[in-house]
Ligand binder design. Structure first.
Ligand code: SF4
Length: 325
């Protein structure tokens, strides 16, 4: 299913994302939102309300994902969730979190969401007692808990990028973030195909305008048509020159500091490309990226193996090496 216009709105088969805190309480290597290099930075609730209501006039999504960074860090998260609901942009609200701060969330939070997606990373999970409390709150409020365990990431971007236009086209064409998961992002009055095109330029080209790859949201009569054309455009974005899309090499999940986060990425796109996965995605666009662990037993087994081997992040020329939204 693709996009279409109905009742004057672009109808999406997937969602829309709102990043409410750009920093995080973790420092995952190759985080696709580059959160470890962002200092404490929160979305302004009034700006969010303005953008959500304006976009809702021209766009209908199945769900809104509220994420970051770590969204639970935002001190005014609940009022923002109320604005998401009031906008009517989508009938379903999901908060995506690493779960660490969930035990401190109260009734008003659970009453404001429909679903909580928890991405669990090695050595960063809640103990059984805290998790039981989170489950009880969620049950009480009819909130769906969706828990995924990630043992691996894929390299998310390459500091040196590439001048190979054909490779950039292949990375864009196979990008699950833009075309399968459709992680379209609302950011400061602009609509972006993906969060990477919001955050990568801010880190790599801080002095350049941040709006190159986005579309300014307006209430002009032709905006729905322009939004549809933007979503259906097959030309790569400017950010795709440095972004690995879905095809960065796979690597074991690791924590990094703000200081050394970018060091890991100081390679060309060619060096960080998983060519076998790129070819696979050209045949099967929704192929699994191999980063999530399938079951609780497999998760425990991976943790034991990891502790035994103390697995280091491989150098980019090693066979393999990213985050999801
Ligand atoms: S910048 Fe390009 S390759 Fe990266 S997520 Fe966005 S569309 Fe995909």
């Amino acid at each position: 299913m693709t996009y279409h216009i109905a009742n004057g709105k672009v109808v999406s088969p997937e969602g829309c994302e709102l990043n409410v805190a750009h920093h995080c309480n973790l420092g995952c290597a190759s985080c696709s939102h580059l959160s470890p290099v962002f200092r404490r930075s929160f979305i302004d609730p009034d700006t969010a309300a303005r953008d959500l209501h304006l976009l809702a006039r021209s766009f209908a999504a199945k769900f809104v994902k509220v994420l970051g960074g770590e969204p639970l860090l935002h001190p005014r998260l609940v009022p923002i969730l109320h604005q998401v609901r009031a906008s009517g942009l989508a009938p379903h609200i999901t908060v995506c979190t690493n779960g660490i701060l969930l035990p401190r969330m109260r009734e008003d939070f659970y009453a404001a969401v429909d679903e909580i997606e928890i991405s669990v990373y090695p050595d960063r999970e809640l103990d059984d007692e805290k998790m039981a409390r989170v489950r009880a709150y969620a049950d009480e409020h009819g909130v769906l808990l969706n828990i995924s365990h990630y043992s691996h990431f894929r390299y998310s971007y390459a500091e040196h990028g590439t001048d190979d236009a054909a490779l950039v086209r292949r990375i864009f064409a196979t990008c699950q973030i833009a075309h399968v998961w459709r992680c379209h992002t609302l950011y400061e009055g602009h609509f972006f195909k993906c969060p990477q095109s919001v955050f990568l330029p801010q880190v790599l080209d801080g002095a350049k305008p941040l709006w190159t790859d986005g579309l300014r949201v307006t209430d002009e009569p032709d905006f729905p048509e322009r939004l549809l054309a933007y979503l259906q455009d097959t030309e790569p974005l400017a950010a795709c020159r440095n972004c690995m899309g879905s095809v960065g090499r796979r690597m074991p999940h690791q924590q990094r500091t703000r200081r050394d986060f970018r060091d890991l990425q100081k390679h060309s796109t060619e060096e960080l490309t998983d060519h076998r996965f790129l070819t696979l995605l050209e045949e099967r666009p929704d192929a699994d990226d191999g980063c999530a662990v399938e079951s609780a037993d497999a998760w425990q087994e991976r943790l034991r193996d990891r502790a035994a081997a103390a697995v280091p992040v491989p150098a980019p020329h090693a066979p393999r090496a990213r985050k999801r939204s």
